[in-house]
Ligand binder design. Structure first.
Ligand code: ADP
Length: 261
């Protein structure tokens, strides 16, 4: 599975060595609880997320999607195995180191936007960099603000913005630090279909135009169809992958998973 392939010859087979990938899990196990109530949320997951690709993680509810993303993003600690970010294992890092890694190397986009209500859109976008004592690249900031249609909204607070605009602020915030990976957790879950489609095309463009790596958890086949690749989970294991997904292929794969085939 980890034989490196030349991307030129296999443009849609994003199979990287885990150490070369933007993010990777190697035999990742996560067990919650103890004894009778123990849950094996991840049961030996090995998967790579290639650089400058848009990957969606899908699977039935409870299949381990959030747990996998949390382990890869340093928000949760695996029980066994490796969670690699740019080739570095997050296991064994102190809380302090994980906080720094999350701040400097990872961008997050959440279903609930998670903007600070008292700050303007602009301050929300630059906050993670401010906290890290870094200055935003002014050109990148200008590019993002324009590309995301936020130029007229920078002085607004979140309550003065629509859901779609708030999510675009959150995406600008995630992208402006040029993170190793952007992890998006159901980014369109709170949006109407038009704003959702806009957010997805923005994520896609970030991959195409900026070479950003994006990993998105979703249960919406329409959202997953925007990705380059879909990784399927079932019962805490990788159950398959779809390259160049479309709504039909994703819907069909999910139906088979639900039916246990
Ligand atoms: P998904 O995101 O695919 O719905 P999750 O990763 O949230 O799946 O959950 C996988 C399994 O782990 C589920 O059985 C869930 O109940 C369990 N689980 C997740 N988080 C916790 C937790 N903090 N404590 C106990 N069990 C958990």
């Amino acid at each position: 599975m980890y034989a490196p392939l030349a991307h030129e010859h296999h443009p849609y087979q994003h199979v990287d060595h885990p150490a070369d990938a933007a993010a990777a899990a190697v035999d990742l196990v996560k067990v919650y609880g103890k004894g009778e109530t123990q849950v094996r949320a991840l049961d030996g997951v090995s998967v790579t997320f290639a650089r400058a690709r848009f990957t969606a993680i899908m699977g039935p509810s409870g299949s381990g999607k959030s747990t996998l993303m949390h382990c890869l993003a340093g928000l949760d600690r695996p029980t066994a195995g490796q969670a690699l970010l740019a080739g570095t294992d997050l296991a064994g890092r102190s809380e302090r180191e994980l906080t720094r890694i999350r701040r400097e190397q990872i961008g997050f986009v959440f279903q609930a936007f998670n903007l600070l209500p008292q700050l303007t859109a602009e301050r929300n976008i630059t906050l993670p960099l401010d906290l890290a004592g870094r200055r935003p690249d002014p050109e990148l900031l200008r590019y993002l603000v324009t590309a995301l249609g936020l130029a007229e909204r920078l002085g607004h607070r979140p309550a003065e913005l629509s859901g779609g605009q708030q999510q675009r602020v959150a995406i600008a915030r995630a992208l402006v630090s040029r993170p190793e990976v952007v992890f998006a957790d159901e980014p369109t879950g709170n949006l109407d279909s038009r704003s959702g489609a806009q957010v997805l095309s923005v994520l896609r463009e970030a991959v195409r135009e900026l070479g950003q790596t994006v990993v998105m958890v979703t249960h919406d086949p329409g959202a997953a169809a925007h990705a380059d690749r879909v990784v399927l989970l079932a019962d805490g294991r990788v159950a398959g992958a779809i390259d160049r997904p479309d709504v039909a292929s994703v819907t069909d794969a999910l139906r088979r998973l639900a039916a246990g085939r």
